[in-house]
Ligand binder design. Structure first.
Ligand code: CAA
Length: 392
């Protein structure tokens, strides 16, 4: 089936196949059990590292594959078709912490942290949100205070994906003084590792979906971070986080396309087998129209995503197109999984069939890395800045 409208190179097809084969062999047989038990499988990290899937866009000089964004997203979609939890681990690692280190890290930080991350020896996580700072990320309160050769951090980070396993966490904290608050410009980025004194794992979330991806709070209680672990310039951490989320949102869009495609594939196969009123239900137009709309929305989401990835690889800013791709793909994933449950009927509502899990997994794509409402705000702001008005 011609899943990608974008013409692919031989290398892209090979990597796509490598990802598909890996997902079918190593993930698919366990996916339902991992979901049931909320189990994160740690052996996936070195296995995916060996295949290069955890250093896809990191240059070879830092032990990555040095591939473009489109190739990375093709592989990510294949993983997401089989298991969205594994896909979010791959997406966060490749899009957020590694890209932050690559872009703003020192040579020493790249040697110490980026290289083992690219090889899959260390898994990355990204800590921006807090219990009281979600969509309004710049209102975060974790405070960092300089003390000699260290920074001392106090606060709680929330909704950290891969949090129980994260070996290298890129965490945002305030470095402005309480009596001289500088808003978004008072935030800095630090490399935090779980072995640092004052680091503690907080609450592990019991989630509706993506249950095999551990999401936790991280508590920094006088956490002592060496001064050399500040990333880039003090006060620029929020901008780094936003620029990284421009990439991250492409990853979540690819994950969403994968979930939606899985819903379509399962629903189409079921509709061909399931007989009611004397014939397979795929022969009813009510079902055909649903499948046709699902296929159309999946293809449109993927086409927008691939166009955004290609623009990024050409060096164009993708704040707006990244948000558009994430918005469209995540709403497609939620919509398509809802249609799939409907096509399965009662069987869609139970765990014996895969679409119940897809439906639960889809929901968070409309929430994390910026809710659909935040994506619309970003898109509208960019629209007005292009029109030369600053009224939004
Ligand atoms: N690229 C570069 N700079 C950017 C930027 C971008 N995409 N977005 C904002 N900035 C800059 C602005 O230009 C501004 O810079 P100046 O100080 O020079 O003017 C600065 O950042 C502050 O920007 P805003 O005034 O626009 O900030 P704001 O407080 O109004 O917030 C927002 C903007 C878009 C709503 C932002 O807060 C946002 O994206 N919120 C959602 C947060 C989010 O996505 N969180 C997800 C966390 S990760 C996660 O989900 C868990 C996981 O692990 C998967």
């Amino acid at each position: 089936m011609p899943w990608a409208l974008t013409p692919l190179t031989e290398e892209q097809r090979e990597i796509q196949k490598l990802a598909r084969d890996f997902a079918l062999a190593e993930i698919a047989p366990h996916s339902a059990a991992w979901d049931r038990d909320a189990h994160f499988e740690p052996s996936l990290v070195p296995k995916m590292g060996e295949l290069g899937f955890l250093g896809m866009m990191i240059p070879e000089q830092y032990d990555g594959l040095g591939l473009d964004t489109l190739t990375y997203l093709l592989a990510l979609e294949e993983i997401a078709v089989v298991d969205a939890s594994v896909a979010v681990m791959m997406s966060v690692h490749n899009s957020l912490p590694t890209q932050m280190l690559l872009r703003w890290g020192t040579e020493e930080q790249k040697r110490k942290y980026l290289k083992p991350m690219a090889r899959g020896e260390k898994l990355g996580a990204f800590a921006l949100s807090e219990p009281d700072a979600g969509s309004d990320a710049a209102s975060l309160r974790t405070q960092a205070v300089r003390d000699g050769d260290s920074w001392v951090l106090n606060g709680t980070k929330a909704w950290v994906s891969s949090g129980t396993k994260g070996d290298v966490i890129l965490a945002m904290a305030r470095t402005d003084a309480p009596d001289d608050r500088r808003g978004a410009r008072g935030i800095s980025t630090f490399i935090v590792t779980p072995d640092m004194p004052g680091f503690r794992m907080g609450k592990k979330e019991d989630k509706m979906g993506l249950r095999a991806s551990p999401t936790v709070q991280l508590v920094f209680d006088n956490l002592r971070v060496p001064a050399e672990n500040l990333v880039g310039e003090a006060g620029s951490g929020f901008i780094y986080a936003m620029q990284s989320l421009d990439n991250g949102r492409l990853g979540i869009a690819a994950q969403s396309v994968g979930i939606a495609r899985a819903a379509l594939e399962h629903a189409a196969a079921y509709a061909a087998e399931r007989r009611q009123f004397g014939k397979p239900i795929k022969e009813f137009q009510a079902i055909q129209f649903k499948l046709a709309d699902m296929a159309t929305r999946v293809s449109a989401s993927r086409a927008l995503l691939h166009a955004a990835a290609t623009a990024k690889d050409r060096g164009q800013p993708v704040t707006q197109f990244g948000s558009m791709a994430k918005l469209m793909a995540s709403e497609t994933a939620m919509w398509a999984t809802t249609q799939a449950v409907q096509i399965f009927g009662g069987y869609g509502y139970v765990k014996d069939y895969p679409v119940e899990k897809l439906f639960r997994d889809a929901k968070v794509t409309e929430i994390y890395e910026g809710t659909s409402e935040i994506q619309r705000i970003v898109i509208a702001r960019e629209l007005y800045s292009q029109l030369g008005s600053s009224s939004l």
